[in-house]
Ligand binder design. Structure first.
Ligand code: FAD
Length: 462
């Protein structure tokens, strides 16, 4: 991992302290950069659900205190396409606790953070960047830095020429039990003609009910009638009964915009976008935090390359953009295919539009040995972005560089240059430095792996 000397390190402002901002700030602090993070907590208490791979991402990012706020996996029932399944679990997150822990994690890694609202930033003639913000006592202040990480989530200023999916909104409300008592945490997803519901219950019996709807056609009533509107929808959902029985709505309803958005201009020489500020997906995929962490885990290497090796700036920007775009479309197509599985209301606008977005490209493309090729692409190596030869496949257009530390492209080139599996094993054994008088176990394993992937096919030519 590359590091910079603290005394001469450029200062970096991270705007927004959600998972993306906190993880990027920690990654930069670990590299030795002076990092200041600005955050104002969000105004409502959201609940979200994540899979276990988010737990791994949080660990990797150094967000241990945030990880400790995740509830253990709890069962999730799904009613989709008229069929019920209960094979899944998810871990519920109470965002106020999670978000507060993210900031404590950042502070424990040496990130200076301010409870402040960012009004905006601009590049001065000197090349330095002025951040304008307001502290909690509403005093206006300005601070100069060398680089900005835009991590204000969906509240980040919108970029021009962004990709925008179908306009979507979620209405969410807490319900509390009329007779409090300990409950088993669980959640449920159910589709209906005008959208889908996500329903969650914590061990304290509090329920968090969320309806996701099409902005253009939901015919939302005025604010005062929204509560009744949600109650009427919930009353028609079989899986909602377990969440509304013995409970009453509490507090205000909140509307959360959740249209998928991919920003353009994700990186330039002054700023990088991470998390939802760069690519915000449809909540159906339940992958928002995963996507936010993915972008944040790679961002420090991109920033480091931009600042310390400007000659590789374009490469670093391409790396961040291509990876984020790839993930955004992958999750968008997974969402599209999941929407398409709901076929009970083929003419309802909610379903019609979503099963056709973002495109008709298949999620997976057929792979043949001929479709696999070698190319030069940006890769992340020891905390910076370099160019390397990688193996490009139809499902992996960004290329695969290493497997257990072995560079795959030169190995595949050697295998392709020979006619038999025996000759390929010998070539790989020499490449991997295996002694001639021993069985080339690693070469055999790698050759078998190439065959499993479908990258080579010697047929009967052993
Ligand atoms: C309805 C809905 C349901 C969702 N459900 C799930 C789910 O179940 N699972 C999942 O993984 N993801 C879910 N997501 C997505 C998830 O919330 C986001 O992808 C994730 O939080 C993005 O992280 P982030 O760090 O980019 O932004 P955020 O988590 O939004 O963090 C941004 C931070 O910046 C702060 N901020 C904003 N503007 C300013 C400003 N001007 N000055 C200072 N601070 C500011 C905000 O208050 C916030 O603290 C859902 C999203 C929506 C809309």
């Amino acid at each position: 991992m590359s590091t910079v000397k603290t005394s001469s390190s450029p200062s970096i402002a991270v705007l927004g302290g959600g998972p993306a901002g906190a993880a990027t700030a920690i990654g930069l602090a670990r590299m030795g950069y002076a990092v200041i993070l600005f955050n104002t907590p969000r105004r409502f208490a959201a609940v979200e659900g994540v899979s276990d791979r988010v737990a791994q991402g949080l660990q990797q990012a150094g967000l241990e205190q945030a990880l400790a706020t995740l509830a253990p996996p709890s069962p999730r029932r799904v009613m989709w396409g008229g069929k019920e399944s209960a094979v899944n679990t998810e871990r519920l997150i109470y965002r106020p606790d999670f978000d507060a822990a993210l900031l404590r994690d950042a502070a424990s890694h040496g990130v200076e953070w301010r409870d402040a609202w960012v009004d905006g930033w601009k590049v001065e003639d000197s090349g330095r960047i002025a951040i304008d913000f307001q502290t909690t006592d509403e005093a206006a202040a300005r601070l100069f830095v060398d680089f900005v990480v835009e991590a204000r989530g969906r509240a980040a200023p919108l970029s021009a020429n962004r990709v925008r999916g179908v306009e979507t909104v979620s209405l969410l409300q807490y319900w509390h039990p009329t007779t409090p008592g300990e409950e088993k945490a669980h959640s449920a997803v159910q589709s209906f003609a005008a959208g889908w519901a996500w329903l969650a219950m914590g061990t304290d019996g509090r329920r968090y009910l969320q309806l996701t709807l099409d902005v253009a056609t939901a015919n939302l009533p005025e604010k005062a009638r929204l509560g009744d509107f949600c109650r009427e929808h919930l009353a028609r959902l079989e899986l909602a009964h377990a969440f509304t029985a013995g409970a009453e709505p509490e507090g205000e309803l909140h509307a959360r915009a959740c249209t998928p958005i991919l920003a353009s201009g994700i990186t330039d020489q002054h700023c990088i976008r991470v998390g939802d500020a760069a690519a915000a997906g449809d909540p159906l995929s339940g992958n928002g935090i995963f996507l936010a962490l993915s972008s944040a885990l790679q961002a420090p290497a991109v920033i480091h390359t931009l600042l310390q090796h400007p000659e590789r700036g374009v490469l670093a920007r391409d790396f961040h953009f291509q990876r984020l775009t790839g993930l955004f479309y992958r999750f968008a197509r997974i969402g599209r295919d999941f929407y398409a599985k709901e076929d009970q209301w083929p003419n309802a606008p909610f379903w019609q539009t979503r099963r056709a977005w973002p495109d008709a490209e298949p999620l997976h493309r057929a792979l043949t040995p001929e479709s696999v090729h070698l190319a030069r692409r940006p890769v992340l190596s020891h905390g910076e972005i370099i160019e390397a030869e990688v193996v490009v496949t139809p499902d992996n257009p960004l290329g695969i560089w290493l497997l257990d530390g072995i560079e795959l492209a030169p190995a595949l080139a050697l295998v392709r240059a020979v006619k038999t599996a025996k000759a390929a094993r010998q070539a790989l054994a020499a490449y991997l430095g295996e002694p001639e008088n021993e069985v080339p176990r690693n070469a055999e394993r790698l050759l078998a792996w190439f065959e499993e992937q479908g990258w080579i096919d010697f047929g009967n030519a052993s």
